[in-house]
Design a protein around this ligand. Structure first.
Ligand SMILES: Nc1ncnc2c1ncn2[C@@H]1O[C@H](COP(=O)(O)OP(=O)(O)OP(=O)(O)O)[C@@H](O)[C@H]1O
Ligand SMILES: O=C(O)C[C@H](Cc1nc2cc(Cl)cc(Cl)c2[nH]1)c1ccc(Cl)cc1
Length: 328
């Protein structure tokens, strides 16, 4: 049987010796335990390969990072945030699960769920737009996963269709947690200088005046206004990105897009966007209540789940059992 301590994977092997005594051996999973297949994709600091566990024949995606490259590019912090965040998130159908991590002299390895369907963005590009039924299904699974992440004190901070992968049954698998923020439960009563809602942050260096130096900004089109104005990401920032994704699935383009990042940021803080003709009115109402400049005035997850756009969606386990609607 196998048991895994936090992220480091160890297997337990039992054998009987000549005198009939049981010998228990603890074995660490390593590169040798997998046969590597095709390249699923490349990141700036990583290669993701399909792989099969030689013993169990289970298929995984293994993300391989070159140690020297990570150190040179000063990405050690992000790799460890990704590992710690994935370990903290444990198991949810909408999160790419981390089974093992290990390293050899040259590389680091993340053994992850295989999302054989690839990126949601790929399907959207092929379809140009999704109809309401498909949009409802995919955005409901994304929302259910955001709710789970937030319940574990994790803010994703870079939600976008590229980071929404799909498994072989066209179910959502959210990935890319290297830039997530982990909210720590306050050990002491909230003091000023803590993050919003009195929750102190960790993972970003603090300025001497106690304000958070938020080094990270997400992908321009999906960045929330509060991150641009007072550099503070909060849970509602993921719901801004969610609003952008719903808009993009139905219209084929993100709401805020300009010739360069700076002009995109100007459109965001100025709330300059318009719906294309024919955009479904119920979905429009939902998006208008998410793309609100003041994060405190944005719909919260409970209200979104009860919005008319999600009529017919049964939240909870059922959502992950129903068949994905055919993309048409
Ligand atoms: N679990 C997975 N299953 C299948 N494909 C995956 C999985 N994880 C990543 N990929 C694919 O591999 C490619 C590289 O992903 P990776 O997360 O390593 O880098 P990235 O985040 O896309 O790029 P960057 O690091 O520059 O942001 C992506 O195109 C992604 O779609
Ligand atoms: O937490 C652990 O298990 C230990 C290590 C931590 C760790 N060791 C590292 C060595 C290098 Cl060179 C770079 C990074 Cl980012 C490194 N991170 C580790 C091993 C593998 C992976 Cl995928 C992530 C972190």
């Amino acid at each position: 049987e196998e048991w895994k301590d936090r992220g480091a994977a160890v297997g337990v092997q039992r054998d009987i010796d000549a005198n009939g005594n049981t010998i228990t051996r603890v074995v660490k999973k390593g590169v040798k335990d997998f046969s590597f297949g095709r390249t699923l994709g490349e990141g700036s600091y990583s290669t993701v390969l399909a792989a099969t566990d030689r013993t169990t024949l289970k298929e995984y995606a293994i993300k391989v990072l070159d140690k020297r490259h990570i150190i040179k590019e000063k990405k050690v912090k992000y790799v460890n945030i990704e590992k710690n965040t994935l370990n903290r998130l444990g198991e949810h159908p909408g999160v790419v699960r981390l089974y093992y991590t290990f390293q050899d002299e040259r590389s680091l390895y993340f053994v992850l769920d295989l999302a054989a369907g690839g990126e949601l963005l790929g399907f959207l590009k092929r379809m140009t737009t999704f109809d309401e039924e498909c949009t409802r299904y995919y955005s409901a699974q994304i929302l259910d996963t955001i709710e789970y992440m937030h319940s574990k004190g994790v803010i994703h901070r870079d939600l976008k269709p590229e980071n929404v992968l799909l498994d072989d049954q066209m179910r959502v698998k959210i990935t890319d947690f290297g830039t997530a923020k982990i909210l720590d439960p306050p050990k002491k009563p909230p003091q000023n200088g803590d993050g919003p809602s009195g929750m102190p942050y960790h993972g970003d260096p603090m300025e001497e005046d106690g304000s958070k130096a938020n080094s990270f900004v997400g992908t321009a089109e999906y960045v929330s206004p509060e991150l641009l104005t007072d550099k503070a990401a909060c849970k509602a920032s993921d719901l801004w990105a969610f609003g952008c994704i719903v808009f993009q699935l139905l219209s084929g383009r993100p709401p805020f897009k300009a010739v360069n990042e700076y002009q995109t940021f100007q459109k965001i803080v100025g709330l300059e966007y318009e719906f294309p003709k024919g955009f479904p009115p119920v979905a429009r109402d939902l998006v208008e209540r998410l793309l609100v400049l003041d994060p405190a005035k944005r719909l919260n997850i409970e209200h979104i789940k009860n919005h008319e756009f999600f009529d017919g969606i049964e939240w909870g386990r059922t959502l992950w059992k129903i068949k994905a609607p055919r993309l048409k």
